[in-house]
Write a protein that binds this ligand. Structure first.
Ligand code: ASP
Length: 305
């Protein structure tokens, strides 16, 4: 019997200001619609998460693709990962500067390469050799981010650790999906953190940290302050708990408590198992997400506290 598909997407977890709520809601709704079109016609969870993430990478609201945060040198440097829960194949790119849709390159790595990761120029070369057009880094930079970096660098001495406060934007994007055949998949894409050192890789594209999928456990995508998430290998941590029998809804909350208690980290997670049970949780003031099932379509900016 075919499984009822489920799709969950997120557009970051942080103190999303009131005047940015609408843009975030539109973005996650559009992404969910794109992913759902794939699932509705019987397409795979893998294709669905890829299409959902492409929409979010195109949307300048988010820290992914064009419009991402700039690194210390004023460049966009992107990381992305995609994973197929039915085969455990994964594809990831890190520190790429000339790809509009890093998730497309990640998908090519998953499908057409025996490897899991390519970084920097090697990743761009792999993408170009596999038919993905390269852009200029300037094509990914928008005035809002030039100004944000300028302001940040001008006040850098006052910020201290504030760069990692939950009020600072964490607009990384991600998606998890379950298809009619009962397979799950996950993807995460990001521009990383503001003013990051060139070459810094975040959690988002690291397998088991910002993204993971295994039919036997769960599909997960995280957002937030990357270093603590990496240290806890949080996406795999959460998937393992689902495999041990806990419900994704509970595990997602536990993952956020663990992140806070163990390393004073902050962020958000979406989690989905092969039975279609899901969890959405964050320990930041707000998180943007959308959910689509056969019965309902919902999008929200949930609040904590
Ligand atoms: N986790 C991402 C990183 O550290 C940032 C984010 O989620 O906004 O690169």
């Amino acid at each position: 019997m075919p499984t009822n598909p489920v799709l969950v997407v997120h557009g970051g977890a942080w103190a999303i200001p009131d005047d940015m709520v609408e843009a975030h809601l539109n973005g996650v709704r559009n992404a969910a619609a794109a992913g759902w079109r794939v699932l509705e016609r019987g397409g795979s969870a893998l294709d669905a998460v890829e299409e959902a993430v492409v929409v979010l990478e195109d949307d300048e609201t988010f820290d992914a693709g064009r419009g991402s945060f700039l690194n210390r040198d004023g460049k966009v440097q992107l990381d992305a990962f995609i994973m197929d829960g039915s085969t455990l194949r994964g594809g990831g790119v890190g520190c790429v500067e000339r790809l509009r849709h890093p998730v497309r390159a990640a998908r090519k790595i998953l499908s057409d390469s025996p490897h899991v990761y390519f970084v920097a120029e090697g990743a761009e070369r792999f993408a170009a050799e596999h038919g993905i057009a390269l852009c200029r880094n300037e094509d990914l930079v928008i005035p809002r981010e030039v100004e944000r970096l300028r302001e940040y660098q001008a006040q850098a001495s006052n910020h201290g650790n504030d760069l990692f406060a939950p009020t600072i934007s964490h607009d990384t994007v991600g998606a998890v999906a379950l298809d009619r055949d009962g397979n799950i998949a996950a993807s995460t894409s990001t521009g990383g953190t503001l003013n990051k050192a060139p070459g810094r890789l975040g959690d988002s594209s690291l397998i088991g940290c910002g993204c993971y999928a295994d039919n036997l456990s769960a599909a997960a995508s995280t957002t937030g302050w990357g270093e603590p998430i990496m240290k806890l290998v949080l996406a795999k941590w959460a998937a393992d708990r689902v495999e041990s029998g806990s419900l994704p809804e509970w595990v997602a909350k536990e993952a956020m408590n663990y992140l806070k208690q163990r390393l004073n980290g902050h962020g958000g997670i979406i989690l989905l198992d092969a039975q279609g049970r899901f969890g959405i949780a964050h320990n930041t003031p707000r998180m943007a997400w959308a959910l689509q099932t056969v019965q309902k379509q919902e999008a929200g900016i949930t609040r904590n506290g």
